[in-house]
Design a protein around this ligand. Sequence first.
Ligand code: RIB
Length: 322
Amino acid sequence: MDEYDLLVVGSANADLVVGVERRPGPGETVLGSDLAVHPGGKGANQAVAAARLGARTALLARVGDDAHGRLLLDSQRTAGVDTSGVLVGGAPTGVALITVDPSGDNSIVVSPGANAHLTPDDVRDARELLAAARVVSTQLEIPLETVAEVVRNLAPGARFALNPSPPAPLPPDVLAACDPLVVNEHEARVVLGAEGGGASGDRPEASDAPEGQDAPEDWARGLLALGPRSVVITLGARGALVAEAPSDAGGDVVTRRVESLPVAAVDTTGAGDAFTAALAWRLGSGEDLASAAAYAARVGAAAVTRKGAQVSFPTADEVAAL
Ligand code: RIB
């Protein structure tokens, strides 16, 4: 029997956050608010988001033997995440330097620290966690070779979700395992090869389209052609688009739009992580892709209404009350 609804393999960062009137351009200095330190990191965020919704969740990650590492472990345990897979030491805890403007949009620079030391060996050593997970979810703030090892060690029947953030070109075996591949528009462009890798924000510009493919439906078809069994493209305040590979060769790809809830955004940090966690959990419980994405969109909408990443994630009751 599955012991975990969701195993997250990924990063854990201390988020050092400053509010600014305007995010600085190249060569520019701006003054901001007092510094806030929050638990974050795309992997740790997903784990907390899922656990807070009620999913039986475990995290495989690496933090430093330092105050930031303890902050992250506390946050996981308070949310009810099984932290037996969180390794401690080897490098300082990862840190994310974040500026947030009045519209809630952010800019993020990550110093990976211990995240870069989560190795394929660590994945092999965690075979018991992997064997007990119904869904395994990863991102790209840990080495890509570690993500590839996760794919090679999935239990039979386990579902694999990947949010390639920050985005990078992906090897065919990783792409083929994705069910779903979860991307925003910028990440879609990088995976499609229309742009080099780089940081990905939670709210990309709607006009950022690969040349010759300017509708998310086109992107979804292009991404599915690379191998994933399903694709979810998050579109910020415009909701999301879901697409599944046809079951028969030569069949048509079916795409569906999923709406978001109109909310006043305070801070978008971590909203994409909460979306992916909710999506992965609901898929594991047997929901279809469009319904799971619709629920995830509500979770993401709730997360942008409060400051911070993990501290902003809703409970299932709060989602129901939206
Ligand atoms: O997705 C949001 C996260 O990105 C932040 O919590 C920060 O740690 C960076 O990893």
